[in-house]
Design a binder for this molecule. Structure first.
Ligand code: ADP
Ligand code: MG
Length: 318
């Protein structure tokens, strides 16, 4: 049976880049970022609530960091490092080894080294708490309160697949192996547009990451910015895997489905070209889905002028 120290040494103490002091001391040390402001976020994932007990541990490691990187992306920040607090009901080395591989895969890909953490036992399920540190040019954080009348509303990536995968895994939809195979990665391995988002400072006015559902999260921007929005449903980036589902189910997944970990941001019209050019440069998909309006109403309409009723889609504005 491995002891806690061996476990940390074996799975969570990989080498850190020059300028960092990682696991092994009482605190980690991060390199100076001259002329930058720090940006910090933390997210806890609880077994049974945020992930299913039998989820692939590599994917879980990946997702634990991805959901935090998504918060940094939402602020337009560049990742600098992360710490990981783990509460484990038992020591399962096969699980730990795969979890660690998934976590480091994401950390390496986004230059966000794991520099420390805490490891403890628990009488309950697994808890994974990640804290990320990033940095921005002072004064350029993309806040929820920055949207302005006339701004375009943009979304990165696509919507709806994670919601359908979750429903399939929960048995809330009839079993469908092909559909599950096509949607599962969206749920279990989100890919927030971290590099792209770090370039949006100076272009975007407001941003957040879509975690609870597009309409609900857009509602946070509208409330903080004291404005409304007009969304064209046909312009929303429906994930190709769910395009052929019954209309009502597809709409619910797109407008209210969670676990997206893509960005919704607003930007003035004059930046349309820059936003699209940057998206090509960073191989990120972006869609312009609507405009910010005066008042506080959120309207979702089809191109043919049919209004969708957000209230019927499980959405409460204000
Ligand atoms: P302390 O008693 O000071 O809290 P610990 O014994 O908890 O120290 O941790 C020893 C070292 O291992 C610390 O540097 C800590 O940051 C690191 N560490 C502990 N758990 C993890 C983890 N899950 N991931 C990364 N580093 C960890
Ligand atoms: Mg400790």
């Amino acid at each position: 049976m491995v002891r806690e120290f061996d476990l940390i040494g074996r799975y969570f103490s990989r080498e850190v880049p020059e300028g960092y002091i990682g696991a092994g001391d009482d605190c980690a040390v991060l390199p100076e970022q001259p002329g930058r402001q720090w940006v910090v976020s933390t997210d806890a994932l609880i077994e049974g609530r945020h992930f299913l007990s039998d989820v692939d541990p590599f994917a879980l490691g990946h997702k634990s960091l991805a959901v935090n990187l998504s918060d940094l992306a939402a602020m337009g920040a560049t990742p600098a490092g992360c710490v990981l607090a783990l509460a484990l009901p038992k020591i399962d080395e096969n699980w730990l080894s795969k979890f660690s591989d998934g976590f480091y895969f994401m950390a390496d890909q986004h230059s966000c080294p794991l520099v420390g953490g805490d490891t403890t036992g628990t009488g309950h399920g697994i808890m994974i708490c990640v804290t990320v540190f990033g940095h921005i040019t002072p004064g350029t954080a993309l806040l929820r309160s920055g949207a302005q009348y006339g701004d375009d509303i943009w979304i990165t990536g696509s919507l709806g697949a994670a919601h359908i995968a979750l429903k399939l895994l929960q048995g809330a939809l009839p079993a469908n192996d092909v559909l599950l195979a096509d949607t599962r990665a969206a749920l279990e391995r989100p890919r927030p547009p971290v590099m792209y988002a770090a370039q949006l400072a100076g272009l975007a006015h407001a941003a957040l990451d879509i975690s609870d559902g597009f309409l609900q999260d857009l509602g946070h921007i509208l409330k903080a910015s004291k404005c409304g929005a007009h969304i064209i449903f046909d312009n929303l980036p429906v994930d190709p895997a769910i395009r052929n589902l019954p209309n009502e189910l597809m709409q619910e997944a797109v407008l209210s489905g969670g676990d997206v970990y893509q960005l919704c941001f607003t930007a003035p019209q004059r930046h349309r070209n820059a936003i699209e050019t940057l998206a090509r440069q960073f191989s990120t998909m972006v869609s312009r889905v609507g405009v910010i309006t005066e008042g506080n109403e959120l309207v979702v309409e089809t191109l043919s002028g049919r209004r969708l009723m957000p209230s019927q889609l499980g959405y409460q504005h204000f």
